[in-house]
Design a binder for this molecule. Structure first.
Ligand SMILES: Cc1cc2nc3c(=O)[nH]c(=O)nc-3n(C[C@H](O)[C@H](O)[C@H](O)COP(=O)(O)OP(=O)(O)OC[C@H]3O[C@@H](n4cnc5c(N)ncnc54)[C@H](O)[C@@H]3O)c2cc1C
Length: 295
């Protein structure tokens, strides 16, 4: 069923990097929930695989002394939504994690695979963008850190060189402290469906005004995006029905929604406007603010 030539199972990152540099054809496998589908469909044939599963510590989720949160690339979505660190500090990521697939998928699918697969519908993408996440990448020439905003290069394409491994996702305290937020996944089915639109909002409020609003969208453009104009508009504005409605309209401008077999451009734009409003409204309520009405 799967056209696997060979599978390497290194027990350290050093060995993994050596193997990848000696054999550039080796394909990294984490949970396999994207990769094995490609092999099953015949888009990937005769694959020699390198599994990251035996490398200790790659699934750890830690909160460092300065409040920086590190999430190992091999952390599964089940591990993420059960993590007390994530639930306490990054509840929007927990919300995104629990929306992925069904229980079997969440037990196998990793955050690293979700990011590196580069799908615009990846449920972690919008939320990691909204939390200003960074990616730690290790290669034979050393380590580098890439803001997730610069990682997506096109549909299914990411800025990962051959023989590089994503080791961690990093979220600094400035990315999450004193924030509230919300992730809304819009799809045809309630479970086991990929997003038609993913909206993630992380915001801070002071004295009835937005002091920081971060809005990210999945499936609204060829890659997951932040809505810069909407965020700039929101800063300093009074938290009101009108402000949130206007932010939703600005978010549509940032998108490059297209017609596809899943939804028309017009329908997607309508969804962006409404769901950004709803995600903001929910984020404000979760942050202790008041209900400001329906759109
Ligand atoms: C039935 C089903 C339902 C699904 N539902 C959803 C859903 O609701 N939402 C969603 O977002 N996704 C969904 N997916 C897609 C998939 O489960 C996720 O994208 C998952 O997070 C991929 O992780 P993985 O560990 O299985 O990656 P893999 O399949 O192992 O790898 C994916 C890609 O990333 C690369 N890679 C993996 N880890 C690393 C690393 N550390 N460094 C460098 N490269 C790496 C691999 O080489 C491969 O190219 C679904 C899949 C299935 C089969």
């Amino acid at each position: 069923m799967f056209d696997i030539v060979n599978i390497e199972k290194p027990d350290s990152l050093e060995t993994a990097l050596k193997m990848l540099s000696h054999n550039p054809d080796l394909k990294i496998i984490a949970g396999g929930t994207d990769l094995l589908i490609k092999m099953h469909n015949g888009t990937l044939e005769n694959a020699a695989l390198l599994s990251l599963r035996k490398i200790p510590g790659m699934d750890e989720i830690r909160c460092l002394d300065d409040g920086t949160i590190t999430i190992g690339a091999m952390a599964t979505f089940a591990g993420i939504f059960r993590s007390s660190i994530i639930n306490e500090h990054l509840p929007v990521l927990s919300e995104a994690a629990v929306s992925v697939g069904g229980p079997q998928i969440r037990n196998a699918a990793t955050i690293g695979g979700n990011i590196c697969n580069g799908a615009v519908s990846a449920d972690s993408a919008a939320t990691l963008l909204a939390y200003d996440a960074e990616l730690r990448i290790l290669g034979t020439e050393g380590a580098r850190t890439v803001p997730i905003r610069e990682f997506y290069a096109g549909p299914g394409k990411v800025n990962l060189k051959p023989a590089e491994i994503l080791t961690h996702v990093v979220i600094h305290k400035t990315g999450y402290s004193n924030t509230s937020g919300c992730y809304i996944k819009y799809s045809n089915r309630k479970a086991m469906d990929i997003a038609m639109l993913g909206v993630s909002v992380v915001c801070k409020a002071e004295e009835g005004r937005f002091s920081d609003v971060r809005i990210a969208l999945g499936v609204a453009a060829p890659v997951p995006i932040r809505c810069g104009e909407a965020e700039d508009y929101a800063k300093g504005k009074e938290i009101s029905y009108e402000t949130m409605k206007e932010i939703g309209i600005y978010a549509v401008k940032a998108s490059k929604a297209r017609d596809s077999w899943r939804a028309s451009k017009a329908y997607r734009e309508h969804l962006i406007e409404i769901l950004v409003f709803r995600a903001l409204k929910e984020a404000v309520i979760r942050g202790g603010g008041v209900h400001i009405g329906e759109l």
